[in-house]
Design a binder for this molecule. Sequence first.
Ligand SMILES: Nc1ncnc2c1ncn2[C@@H]1O[C@H](COP(=O)(O)OP(=O)(O)OP(=O)(O)O)[C@@H](O)[C@H]1O
Length: 609
Amino acid sequence: MAPDRDDEPRGPAPRQPRPAPTHLLRNLWRLRRYLRPYRGQLGWLLIAAFGATGAGIAVPLVIRQVVDGPIAHRDPAGVLQLGLLALLLGLVEAFLIFIRRWAQSSSAVGMETTIRDDLYAHLQRLHIGFHDRWQSGQLLSRVTSDLSVIRRFLSFGLLFLVVNTTTYLTVVVLLITLHTGLGLLVAAGAVPLFLASRRFTRAYLVAARRLQDEQGDLATLIEESAQGLRTVKAFGRRPEMVGRFATGTRQLHDTATGKGRLLARTSAQFDLLPNLTLGAVLVAGAVAVAHGALTIGELVAFVTLQLMLIWPIESLAWIIANAQEAITAADRIHEVLDTRPTVVDRPHAVALPAPGPTDTGGTLRFDGVRFNYPTGPAVLRGIDLTVEPGETLAIVGATGCGKTTLLSLVPRLYDVTAGRITLDGRDVRDIRLDSLRQRVGVAFEEATLFSMSVRENLTLGRPEANEDEVRAALAVAQADFAYDLPWGLATRIGEQGLSLSGGQRQRLALARAVLGQPRVLVLDDPLSALDVHTEALVEAALDRVLRNTTALLVVHRPSTVALADRVALLADGRITAVGTHSELLGTVPAYRAVLSATGDADELGLVRS
Ligand SMILES: Nc1ncnc2c1ncn2[C@@H]1O[C@H](COP(=O)(O)OP(=O)(O)OP(=O)(O)O)[C@@H](O)[C@H]1O
């Protein structure tokens, strides 16, 4: 529904103003494309469903024949004949129900899988800005519980809606044919049914959406506390977290109870109605039989047929509830599917030629680059900077001045708001994203590892890397410890790499960045978690890699500045000074102030000498 929501404020789950029900229905309708591959199966499903219903409806008509014919005329052979026909109809009904259920389950699960795959692929395509704003629990609940709701509706709710409505209309028409007055009495029951359904639909829609949103909030809370478990325990905040969770579950409980009560109230009304009309029909039917306006066989057939209306009417509340949940779930899913990725290939974007073995880094240039996050003030207000091929440029600046942001623009995790960044003279937006990201190796301060093997983590961006390249990358990052893990590089590391130390994670992330010698390296304080000794070893090894690579390096510690050929000072969204470390140390007091705030005087002196 919302086409692109980049302008929305950052915050908890993006919540939508309540859209009109017709608008919501459209989102459910749009999912019909997922039904297309199952057209054949669905055709069989409908034929089987209608056939089974037809066989069921025919049984009371056979009963009428039995009562008014062979039984009235004491003809045992006729009873046997019609009895066998009723049995046959019963068998046909059972067989068709089996076919329906079989077609139903395989097509519904298939559709759910396809939508889930599409949703996940779309989430991967979406820009970082989208993920900044959306709680992961809200995404998780969409990919899991919302899709299950839709599957339930497509496999049961929708089918029963069609079959039960058809059954209802067919039976009512048959009842009117059998006896107009009694038939119209039954048909009149549709009016209160319609009014109650309308009221229920409106209220249930709101409750269903609220429950789904709250489930998403709770999933976020679980995910956050699982990830931050160490912090929570270390600060002794367990009771608070348990309290927060209890508040969330209480809220969810109240909404679910309210929703359940709404359904129970309406179901009771729907249960009452067919029984009231049945009572009225029995009394009026007996009178009609007494006056000879109806045969006993017709009354038996009438009542048996009327009994067939009980399930369609009683199940109506459940079907409406299921449909409302599916409508809101489809709406929530389209909130994601309708968000267009903003960082995409431009129409004429080109792939860069494959780098040769003797290639060195390319020229990286920032040209009047400005950037602000959608909801914040300008972070970068006009950056002009050139990093020559093979040069290493360190970015130094006070905390929060925009160093990480500046680095994120190179592999296009975000796009510049104004100005441009070029690689060998070509705007990075004119380079195909996959090609650009192959050329640019990245390691951020927060080393993100996935719950897969060490090797898979290392070769994430370069699955084709061979054993020697992996070994070389691990050597640069001083991460040979990976070979000593229980299963070597095949060792599966826990979620977020939590089974490793911070320094080990950081070294693996650095190895991943340098794997395959990318032309441009973007490193955000890549050595911050290392001890002084390991840092020195990594620096020595990294120094060799950096000679052939254009590198942009965020540096907090003076010791890491040693890796850089030149340093740029970032302040107030601009580059206020560029030079060698010793030049800036001698001539720019702001530079010295920033570095002395992060490193000790000895370190400063060490680098100066
Ligand atoms: N995803 C985001 N959405 C909105 N604002 C953000 C986002 N990420 C960072 N910011 C803001 O942008 C500014 C620059 O952040 P950035 O992380 O680039 O600074 P930094 O210089 O790398 O900080 P540090 O040295 O502490 O790592 C900060 O004011 C921060 O609050």
